[in-house]
Design a protein around this ligand. Structure first.
Ligand code: GLA
Length: 692
């Protein structure tokens, strides 16, 4: 007998037509029963198809260790089912109830400085606590047993945003689990001592029990200990995900399991590239970061989520209809942004668009966080926009199940480089890994060239150009992969502080950029980071900040693309490119150019790689293009990034969303989105050249 492959999307009734999911977190326990019917009525009005339920319901489901109250949830599940709304049912383990933390304070996390993280908010649990694990799995088992056969159940939602508040725990449980993790990784203390370079500062370990998490220390803690603790902490949360999932798979093997990742600015503790295989489909939460790159960041995160999901459809589990409550100043969304932001996620592969949350809370810490149904009620601009989006998503049903159409260029994103490049005791404390990656992405957007965002697990061979910004950690195997990519005709671009260390955070000796030195054909002997307010000028007119270095060309096939015009390194190379015999190349950028400077350089790099914009000139920089495909047809998502209308001449297409005429002219309203449907390959119609 062959095993059935695991379901990859929401469980739906046989024969149900394909559709994009639409909905929100639904927290009926915050409201009296009379409100529930109204909720469901308005959900139908808004076009809601799916809700995430019971995320913070532990205290209501299990009010005491030996008491369970499922009646209210039975009622809500039935109500939703009767209305045709599917349920992504949470395992409800995110926020342990007071009886549990009172009886077992040993489940509470401990900070680096030894303080207890007390209950009173949420997620006050240690990922490594056996006591927490036992109680959490008991709850999961009870829910799976009761609701596994419920017809509304479409997926399991494990916990919630694992690691949002409890990613780093320094407790004794964590110390114990960290030791086990280290034993598994290194096998012997000798190997660990070598990897951690413990001869330095007399740190040699003679017994596994001497090992600790990097708790508050006198000065810079051992960097490899810090890196391993970051790896371990991500793995500890993943282990919790797996433990819940095992219970669910055992009891309800036909129900898919997901959990909401947080691929967004400022969330870096979880190496999601390594988590994707542990869920039946990837889900993500995203909240915009206000500022000049806000929309670029949204697109970058969505593209990275698509990369983590391997190009398959994913589930946007949360974003906001308008303001959040947790930024220093919480701005409402402007007209058009609710739909545009949602559709930009769909453009990058989201097959469901959900919000936090359905009905805006009247009490509690999130009462000023927007929702689908705001305090003002259904007679409101937000609710009208919500309902209009429901209609749009219905129009987009043909897109459901389509994959991301790979771009020809990609940005390589690596959590270990993120963690390691920003450790303390480095040449500068000002380096921001994700910002550098985002700046490259912004430059692609400015040129109207699509770029995927991929991880070190992604095969690179399909790409013509790969940018690996601040790829700091380069184990031998990764260096070999990048070399084969270039030898195979690929064009690689990397930057300052790349190739510097191996997987143990040990410097590759002989000159920088270490593991990539030969591939790039250059050599650097010393870093010269730039203090705030200082910069370097290059002869292509661009300016570098943050970093500089004296680059020596070390191979005959290296061209200098830009030189310093003044200062200590006047006349020396700042940007280089080695041309490799098979037609590939390896370029190096030794300073931080920022999005504008990168855009100027990127035009040249793209031309050399033969990668061109698919957009007509009128759209480049003003419009983002993302493409999804079913194989026989393509869906072109055109997103107006500006506050003014944009008219684009394109090949005639069937317009799924937006305004187009028979001649192929598409008009995008300010912040508007159009979705065009083409037979495969027919979308290729723009002028070529990157203007760089
Ligand atoms: C996270 C959580 C939600 C809610 C939102 C608010 O994404 O998962 O429960 O707190 O933040 O933005």
């Amino acid at each position: 007998m062959t095993a059935t492959p695991p379901p990859r999307w929401l469980r739906r009734p046989a024969g149900a037509p394909a559709q994009l999911g639409y909905g929100a977190d639904y927290n009926p326990e915050q409201w009296p029963r009379e409100v529930w019917k109204d909720d469901v009525r308005l959900m139908r009005e808004a076009g809601v198809t799916v809700v995430s339920l019971a995320i913070f319901s532990w205290a209501r489901l299990q009010p005491a260790e030996d008491r369970w109250e499922f009646g209210w949830l039975d009622e809500v599940m039935d109500l939703l089912h009767d209305a045709g709304i599917a349920v992504d049912l949470a395992t409800a383990t995110a926020s342990p109830p007071p009886w549990l933390t009172t009886r077992h304070p040993e489940i509470l996390p401990v900070t680096r400085t030894g303080e207890t993280v007390w209950p009173g908010a949420r997620q006050h649990w240690r990922p490594t606590s056996p006591v927490f694990r036992r109680h959490a799995l008991g709850l999961v088992e009870a829910l799976a047993t009761r609701y596994g056969g419920h017809p509304a159940l479409a997926a399991w939602h494990v916990n919630n945003e694992l690691g949002c508040h409890n990613a780093y725990d320094y407790s004794d449980d964590a110390a114990h689990a960290f030791r086990t993790w280290l034993r598994d990784r290194y096998g012997t203390l000798d190997a660990l001592n070598r990897a951690w370079a413990t001869s330095f500062w007399s740190q040699v370990y003679g017994d596994w029990n001497e090992l600790l998490p990097p708790r508050l220390a006198a000065t810079h803690p051992n960097p490899t200990q810090q890196l391993d603790f970051a790896r371990f902490s991500s793995d500890a949360l993943l282990d919790h995900l797996r433990a819940e999932r095992e219970v669910l798979r055992r009891l309800t093997p036909d129900v898919p399991v997901t959990t909401n990742f947080m691929v967004m600015a400022n969330t870096r503790a979880m190496d999601y590239a390594g988590w994707a295989d542990d869920v039946d489909f990837v889900s993500n939460d995203h909240y915009v970061t206000p500022g000049p790159q806000s929309l670029d960041e949204l697109s970058f995160s969505a593209a990275l989520t698509g990369g983590i999901a391997g190009g398959r459809p994913w589930f946007l589990m949360e974003h906001s209809t308008s303001a959040v409550n947790w930024q220093p100043v919480n701005l409402p969304k402007r007209r058009g942004e609710l739909a545009r932001d949602s559709l930009l996620h769909v453009a990058h592969g989201a097959d469901a668009v959900c919000f936090f949350q359905w009905r805006q809370s009247a009490g509690g810490a999130e009462k000023y966080h927007s929702a689908m149904l705001p305090h003002a009620g259904s007679q409101s601009e937000v609710f009208r926009a919500v309902t209009a989006l429901g209609d749009t998503l219905r129009d987009l049903a043909p897109v459901a199940g389509s994959a991301r159409q790979p771009a020809r260029a990609a940005i390589l994103f690596d959590w270990e480089s993120w963690w390691t490049a920003e450790l303390d005791s480095h040449p500068t404390s000002l380096l921001r890994y994700r910002q550098e990656a985002l700046d490259w992405y912004s430059a692609f957007l400015a040129l109207g060239v699509r770029a995927d965002v991929v991880t070190t697990r992604t095969a690179l061979s399909g790409y013509d150009l790969v940018v690996a910004p601040v790829l700091h950690v380069v184990p031998k195997a990764l260096a070999d992969r990048l070399t084969s990519f270039v030898d195979g005709g690929g064009h690689l671009v990397t930057t300052y502080f790349s190739g510097i260390v191996d997987e143990n955070d040990h410097v590759w000796l002989g000159g920088y950029p270490g593991a990539l030195r030969e591939l790039l054909g250059i050599r650097v002997e010393e870093f010269a980071p730039l203090p705030v307010g200082t910069d370097v000028s290059l002869d292509d007119g661009s300016t570098g900040t943050l970093w500089s270095e004296s680059v020596t060309v070390d191979a005959p096939d290296v061209d200098v693309l830009a030189r310093h015009t003044g200062g200590e390194y006047a006349g020396l190379p700042a940007v280089t490119r080695r041309r490799v015999s098979g037609g590939g190349s390896a370029a190096y950028v030794s300073t931080r150019l920022g999005a504008d400077g990168i855009a100027q350089l990127l035009g040249r790099l793209l031309d050399a790689a033969g990668v061109t914009s698919e957009l007509p000139a009128a759209g480049r920089g003003r419009v983002e293009l993302a493409v999804r495909t079913h194989g026989s047809e393509e869906f072109w998502f055109l997103v107006n990034r500006t506050d003014a209308p944009v008219v684009l001449p394109l090949a005639p297409a069937r317009v799924l969303v937006g305004e187009g005429d028979d001649g192929g002219r598409v008009t995008l309203q300010p912040r508007g989105v159009a979705v065009l449907r083409y037979p495969s390959g027919a979308g290729e119609r723009a002028e070529v050249g990157n203007g760089g």
